[in-house]
Design a protein around this ligand. Sequence first.
Ligand code: NDP
Length: 257
Amino acid sequence: MTDTNGLLAGKAVMITGASSGIGEAAARLFAAEGASVLLMARREDVLGRIVREIRDAGGRAAFSTGDVADAGDVQRAVDATREHFGALDAAFNNAGFAGADLSPLHQLDQDVFDRTMDVNVRGTWNCLRSQIPVMLDAGKGAIVNTSSTAAMVATGAPVPYVAAKHAVLGMTRAAAAEYAAHGIRINTLVVGTTRTEMIEHAVEAHPELEQLFVARQMQKRMADPAEIAQAALWLCSDRASFSTGTALAVDGGLTSN
Ligand code: NDP
């Protein structure tokens, strides 16, 4: 049920990568906390089902299909947020791709590098480029970009993914500095290993990873996607009014090890 006293009551929020995992959990949580949510991802059938379920629970939701690597698709999602809900108050730029190929750098297909950069780096770039002008007009806004412990600890993930998540962190910090004076807060989440489709695919390809993923966390478990969504919720909300350019670790202690 939608909460009119919720942390995001009355806010219009765009969420990318909303068809599964962390993005889906965020869409459901944000809507329950009073936000109107625009879900973006490529799988239309899945987005349609999640939107119906959010509406059935009393929430406000719509979707826009597309690839975050395509600037036109991202612009359409921003436009759809404003058309459906009249504003764009916050954005959770969360779509990502890691790939499950753990071959060393010199043996990786060039395609893996290109796709990883396209989705994580160009995708975040495209989102910022389309969202910031709307927030500049409004004189306020909050953006959360999903990075990873791979931006801090350079092991356990393919080299292109590590590079891409470092880039997301750098882009967040630089953009936060540029727009702080305009009332726009831009933060990133340093996400630890979370049980989602991305991790399931990696474990299917390399069963030994399951044990590694659990063992390297201080808390000796993976996160549930809803635990990551809680941090995104706070950063998108006005409660985080003095946080910008920050890298908030939600990683079960991994980067403190
Ligand atoms: P999932 O695979 O469950 O979700 C990824 C989401 O991104 C899906 O909704 C997918 O939808 C969408 N997506 C992928 N590529 C594109 C694209 N080109 N355009 C639009 N949407 C796209 O993984 P997670 O929930 O785990 O991942 C969410 C974020 O968290 C990613 O940025 C990931 O890098 C990051 N992260 C995850 C960690 C983990 O352990 N799970 C750890 C650290 C960071 P669709 O296929 O429908 O397009």
